[in-house]
Design a protein around this ligand. Sequence first.
Ligand SMILES: Cc1ncc(COP(=O)(O)O)c(C=O)c1O
Length: 358
Amino acid sequence: MRRQLRPRRPQDGVLDLASNDYLGLSQDPRVVEAAAAATHTWGSGSTGSRLVTGSTELHVELEQALATFLGAPAGLVFSSGYLANLGAICALSAPDCLVVSDALNHASIVDACRLSRAEVAIAPHRSPAAVGELLSRRTTPRALVVSDAVFSVDGDLAPLAELHEVARRHGALLVVDEAHALGVVGEGGRGATATSGLAGEPDVVVTVTLSKSLGSQGGAVLGDAAVVEHLVNTARAFIFDTGLAPASAAAALAALRILKGEPERAEAVRRRARELAAAIEGAGWPATSPDAAVVSALVGEPALAVAAAERCLEEGVRVGCFRPPSVPDGVSRLRLTARATLTDADVDRAGKVLASAH
Ligand SMILES: Cc1ncc(COP(=O)(O)O)c(C=O)c1O
């Protein structure tokens, strides 16, 4: 079955349970206004690599705000979360390095591993013991352990404290992708690294996207000032890429300020995710555990999942549909994402539509 791009219209009245706008901030007037004001001040693009055309005060302010929020000493923004992973993993590894990557890590991490020219070992999903085994057998002087904090398809949490313990024991750096955790997991959405007591640890590097709970576009790497300096000098995804657009930087900064001032949004999205999991089970499918904003309805056969997603859309509810090669055979699913701004009526409606689609 070939994938197709579908047209999207503004305010189409469809209940959106497929986007990554977890806190509903992409449409918040304060965020939209910040993006418009930055465009008026700085223009529509950032006009070149920041090493060539300079760093605006917006970029610097955003980096400081993200670092403070996530409890890291310093940060560097990239033009996407994909490039933040590419930049961090490639710059922090080399052919004399072993990169141990969870089997269900995001495609951007998979691609980063391939580009890094490091030796790569894929660890079974969520297995610190297997990671330890791979690290103890390594022949390289250096090692990196890489994991999503919240896995993007099942929405489950990585055992970060255990991964860090094992990485530290073997002298490896831990890189954590907080793409689905920022704004959702932990007190006020400060992420899984903070919840696991790892914020600010010198051997932990965090990557984030600005395109999910912050409702903007872009990505960032957070870590020691020395890590940031190393990235500025060696991360090709930073050096040879046009800087993050001013509108995106300003929107992310405004969104982060809202999140700080309205920390209850993080709890609201987690509660809505639990309710969506109950709605999926009420409709007769097994649901993955709602640890963050992502919940999947395990449908099985790809054709059934596609038909169910289409039926939901006909009924006015947009859900994601994941099938091979994005997921293994036999576990095609509907992937629903919760949003802090969903109402009780939205969740009721989702439950009824899911039931009629089964
Ligand atoms: C876990 C994870 N990491 C990285 C990314 C890439 O982020 P971006 O969309 O900003 O490129 C995504 C987004 O899809 C993701 O789910």
